[in-house]
Design a binder for this molecule. Structure first.
Ligand code: NAD
Ligand code: DAU
Length: 339
């Protein structure tokens, strides 16, 4: 089987490629990535020499380039991870989010249609459901929760999901969608909460907590997400949405304090900063459907996953130090300088 994985030089796509080549060494994996600020070839270094792996630098919005690649590779499956993924950046500049997340999705699906209705999986997010109140721990997102977005990022992902379902109904394209909660683990770009706090802690820099730090996220170890996607692609029902999450809700401030403790630093590093605009209060996934239909359950407990993740950042300093020493510094100053 030949599988095109878009966004494979990013956090989850990169982890997925490592997972797929380990679990299904007989498959050919073709990674398509534009290498934006979030794409890192060093994430793929361990598989670059694998004869069943090919890297192609390509924008998923480049229709001609995408069609040419499909002609060459004749893929059996496409998994679309490629996206602009950071909420804060979408608040600063929404345009590129609409381009990559919506137009890019349509371009990949048009290529799937043009080459014999190739099986297509869309990697979406729980953020399409908006947020839940902090004082109703009994409420969870199910697959039938209405789409109700807050940020330009989540709106662009919701727009893409609507297109995916439209291609299923209108053209019969064999699609599935997964909507996962917050991931953490190796190769996570340091603009996001957990790697940012680990990197700042290690550099004894202030830890910028938005608002009061009470917002809740539902954390899942990235490899558990990869397993869920692989299961959906192989055994999921066509035309269906599957929520993915492990019932691991935590307030941001508790995550930050845990990282501080693990690294033996002081809570004096915590700095409360101006809140994110439109900040979603709480995400919480109900994963009953994927559990009942496909037997998926998360395998990594947060207590173990966060230790493994911190150890990875300690053992792979060059991976993230290279990132934060470059253009990232300008981003950081702009986002946090006067906050
Ligand atoms: P990321 O920002 O780490 O990686 C995105 C990758 O896509 C990068 O390698 C980037 O170069 C590439 N890319 C961006 N624009 C492109 C384009 N036009 N053409 C080709 N490649 C392009 O993102 P991530 O955190 O790994 O997220 C991957 C997917 O999973 C996204 O679709 C995101 O919406 C979704 N998701 C993320 C999380 C999370 O917690 N990180 C949770 C649920 C869903
Ligand atoms: O829920 C899935 C989503 O999770 C994905 O779709 C997104 O691509 C991914 O980026 C993530 O979005 P969040 O906005 O939840 O993740 P982020 O790491 O940016 O922020 C997590 C929480 O931490 C959020 O409540 C904001 C807060 N935060 C974040 C940063 C970067 C801080 O308090 N300080 C920070 O410096």
């Amino acid at each position: 089987m030949t599988i095109i994985v878009t966004g494979g030089a990013g956090f989850i796509g990169g982890n997925y490629i490592h997972y797929h080549l380990k679990e299904h060494p007989e498959d050919r994996v073709v990674c398509v990535d534009k290498l934006t600020y979030a794409g890192n070839l060093s994430t793929l270094a361990p598989v670059m020499d694998n004869p069943n792996f090919r890297f192609v630098k390509l924008d998923i919005c480049d229709r001609e380039g995408v069609m040419k690649l499909f002609e060459e590779e004749k893929p059996d499956v496409v998994i679309n991870f490629a996206a602009e993924s950071h909420v804060d950046r979408s608040i600063e500049d929404p345009g590129i989010f609409l381009q990559t997340n919506i137009i890019g999705t349509a371009t990949m699906m048009d290529a799937c249609r043009a080459f014999g209705n190739v099986r297509y999986h869309q990697v979406s997010t729980d953020e399409v459901y908006g947020d839940l109140p902090l004082d109703r721990p009994d409420l969870f997102f199910t697959e039938t929760t209405p789409i109700h977005t807050s940020s330009p990022y989540s709106s662009s992902k919701a727009g893409a999901d609507l297109l995916v379902m439209a291609y299923y109904r209108t053209y019969g394209l064999p699609v599935t969608i997964s909507r996962c909660s917050n991931n953490y683990g190796p190769y996570h770009f340091p603009e996001k909460l957990i790697p940012l706090m680990i990197a700042n802690c290690l550099n004894d820099k202030p830890l910028p907590v938005y608002g009061e730090g009470k917002n809740v996220r539902d954390w899942l170890y990235v490899e558990d997400h990869c397993k869920a996607i692989d299961l959906i692609v192989r055994k999921g029902r066509i035309g269906e949405v599957y929520n993915v999450g492990g019932h691991n809700e935590m307030a941001n401030i508790d995550i930050v304090k845990l990282i501080i403790k693990e690294l033996g630093k002081s809570e004096d590093l915590i700095t409360y900063v101006t809140d994110r605009k439109g900040h979603d209060l709480r995400y919480a996934i109900d994963p009953t459907k994927i559990h009942n239909e496909l037997g998926w359950l998360p395998e990594t407990k947060f207590a173990d996953g966060i230790k493994k993740t911190i150890k990875w950042y300690l053992d792979n300093r060059s991976w993230w130090e290279e990132i934060i020493s470059g253009e990232y510094q300008n981003y950081y100053d702009k986002m946090y300088g006067n906050r």
